[in-house]
Design a protein around this ligand. Structure first.
Ligand SMILES: [Zn+2]
Length: 317
């Protein structure tokens, strides 16, 4: 009844590192196809991430290995999954068709200064790009210990323009604050924070200040709520330290600031520590039910579950 687009998952890296099969239900990790389906998830933004120890030399080959793993998984699914690159496809996923994977690079380390890799990656199906993970590169600086407070480089601005032209969605979730404001100024289309929460409720650098949330909304973008316990509650480290109620508190805050059109889900499944009562993808219906019980009407829940993501992709792709 409320098909879900999940705006951030790290399952590809988990498949590469653990050897598990996405198509088979597993006792480890947070998501695989059977659990995603049971959770009502119709499509996932599927991150490709390169670990520090492989930078910079292996960034491209590690990225391509992950893309290959995703492509192989889709092929092996025998029609149960597809790589989503346009809005019509995404709509069909939501209407009960195949399970959609939207290819995302979480950090632009694999991309060269001439942006040739960007253009090729777009041909491979790249729909969505984070300029930086929580570390500096030739385009931008991330949040985290290495943040020197600088904004986008000249190349970073070029990358934003190129993404706008190609129709690649820009994600600001791991950017530092200066980079965030540069992207907002530079991009001509909506941008998203795919997996970040509210700084006022949980003051960590990965979360957004109220003026940042207002700016994203004013540009037509959205915030995907991250279920990581440490971004829901300051100091939280274990599954018992935060709950589904905290997820709703962050949603409430964004809705109070900018309305229900600018909030969605970006779980961070397979990339973070989930609250006990939201321990894997199969538990998403509990969250949907809790939103309804909390007083959101069906139209609002549908927006949070999928329609807000759909609107952003329609504007950007
Ligand atoms: Zn992330």
């Amino acid at each position: 009844m409320f098909p879900i687009i999940d705006g951030h998952t790290d399952y590809v890296l988990s498949l590469l590192e653990t050897g598990r099969d996405f198509l088979v239900e597993s006792a480890t990790g947070h998501v695989d196809l059977p659990r995603a389906k049971r959770g009502g998830i119709a499509a996932m933004l599927t991150a490709v991430f390169v670990r520090d120890e492989h930078l910079p030399e292996q960034a491209l080959v590690r990225t391509l290995r992950a893309v290959d793993r995703l492509v192989q998984t889709i092929t092996a699914s025998d029609g149960a999954m597809e790589l989503v690159t346009d809005v019509e496809q995404l709509r069909r996923c939501l209407e009960g068709g195949r399970f959609g994977a939207i290819l995302h690079f979480e950090g632009a380390e694999a991309i060269d200064p001439e942006l040739r890799v960007l253009r090729l990656a777009h041909r491979l199906g790249l729909g969505w790009l984070g300029l930086s993970w929580s570390r500096p590169n030739i385009f931008a600086e991330g949040v985290g210990p290495q943040d020197r407070g600088r904004g986008l480089t000249a190349l970073g601005r070029e990358l934003v323009r190129a993404c706008n032209e190609l129709g690649i969605l820009i994600d600001v979730s791991h950017l530092n604050d200066a980079g965030f404001w540069d992207v907002l100024e530079c991009s001509t289309v909506p941008v998203v924070a795919s997996h970040s929460n509210c700084r006022v409720l949980c003051p960590v650098a990965r979360n957004l200040a109220d003026d940042q949330i207002r700016a994203l909304a004013a540009k037509g973008g959205l915030v995907g709520i991250n279920f990581h316990v440490g971004f829901l509650r300051v100091g939280a480290e274990r599954p018992d330290d935060a709950s589904l109620a905290d997820v709703i508190a962050h949603i409430d805050h964004i809705v109070g600031l900018v309305g229900v059109d600018h909030v969605a889900f970006g779980s961070d499944f397979d990339g973070a520590t989930m609250p006990r009562d939201l321990s894997d993808a199969s538990r998403m219906p509990y969250l949907v039910e809790a939103l309804l019980r909390h007083g959101y009407d069906e139209a609002a829940v549908r927006k949070i579950c999928s329609e807000n993501w759909l609107r952003v992709f329609r504007a950007v792709w």
